[in-house]
Design a protein around this ligand. Structure first.
Ligand code: TXA
Ligand code: MG
Length: 318
């Protein structure tokens, strides 16, 4: 159910949940200070209560409402990347609900770069807890229609068009003068390093502090197979019926002409990210036997996209 900005504000102030647009993916928002709203978010998503939520704020000036410390390194990163697809995990004030942080001593904060949602945050004066507006482990939504097909037609949605970044924010935790990368996103590790003036602490991705980072995430319903070698994908397609195919990067059109259901994305990471979930949603709807994905090269600029696709292919590949 599409709602106006005024209706969205009224619903959120009453402790209801509303799906909101951001530049990354749609979020299922609720008042971050209202525990009944927070419980509704977990229940609607069918998300385990040990997986904390990101709190969306209108500007860096609100960090102090939630974080007990805002170290200079974190301030520099916020200044560089906010509003934008970037989330900071900081030590939480004791007053921050344990529901929103799932009992963690930290809280995740982000200033999103979507004009409608920035207006919503400013006009309501609320901070909004919002995980991606899909059922747990399913594909993230990048349009209002995706939200409705995952969460049902009754869910109130503030329609802000298709998301321009297309995959979830980069998550960085800052502790004093050190930082760790908890989730890859379109703000790259190199960009963060350049602003921080130093590399991340090692091994953060191997021992993730982001509990949502288990592998069974971001999955289409159709079984998925990932390929680093194009020739292997072709062989698989020739010997299996009814496959749908997603080709990313340097595949020339004459090569992909033989496929029945095929989406070919460009070789530019930002363009691929923008259309990635939309493409997977489309291929998933075909109810093919398998979705075959030709991966982009294992290079830093593709890290976030390979990360999401590796998770999409988890069920069948590990
Ligand atoms: O782009 C995004 O980040 C989107 C939009 C809606 O803002 N949100 C999003 O939320 O991706 P979600 O819930 O799907 O993923 C949030 C991630 C989870 O992996 C969660 O575990 C992690 O953030 N997270 C939240 N609070 C945390 C904390 N205190 N410490 C570590 N990780 C945290
Ligand atoms: Mg999610």
């Amino acid at each position: 159910m599409r709602v106006s900005l005024a209706d969205a504000i009224a619903l959120l102030k009453r402790g209801e949940v509303v799906a909101i647009p951001t530049e990354t993916v749609y979020g299922l928002a609720g008042d971050a200070q209202n525990e009944s709203a927070l419980h509704k978010i977990y229940a609607t998503k069918q998300r385990p209560a040990n997986n904390p939520l990101i709190v969306h704020i209108a500007s860096a000036a609100q960090v102090d409402d939630f974080a007990s410390e805002f170290p200079p390194l974190a301030q520099k990163l916020g200044l560089a990347f906010w509003p934008g697809p970037f989330t900071l995990v900081l030590k939480a004030k004791p007053t921050v609900s344990t529901v929103v942080r799932a009992g963690e001593p930290t809280v995740a904060l982000r200033v999103p770069a979507h004009p409608l949602t920035l207006q919503l945050l400013q006009e309501s004066g609320l901070a909004l807890a919002a995980p991606s507006a899909n059922r747990y482990t399913q594909l993230s939504p990048t349009t209002a229609a995706h939200v409705e097909s995952s969460l049902g037609q009754d869910i109130p949605v503030l329609d802000g068009g298709a998301c321009q970044v297309g995959i979830e924010s980069t998550i960085v935790s800052v502790d004093g003068d050190t930082w760790q990368l908890l989730r890859h996103g379109m703000i790259t590790q190199a960009q963060i390093e350049a602003i921080a003036g130093k590399p991340a602490l090692a091994h953060a991705m191997a021992t993730p502090k982001a509990p949502g980072q288990h592998l069974l995430h971001y999955s289409p319903r159709t079984p998925t197979q990932l390929f680093d070698e194009y020739i292997e994908l072709q062989k698989y397609a020739q010997t299996h019926q009814d496959c749908a195919t997603l080709l990313i990067g340097n595949v020339t059109t004459n090569l992909n002409s033989g496929f029945q259901h095929c989406i070919a994305l460009s070789d530019t990471p930002a363009e691929v990210a923008e259309h990635l979930y939309e493409s997977l949603h489309k291929l998933d709807q075909l109810q093919a036997s398998t979705i075959l994905i030709f991966l982009p090269p294992n290079l830093p600029e593709w890290a976030a996209i390979r990360d999401r696709l590796t998770r999409a292919g988890y069920r069948e590949n590990f």
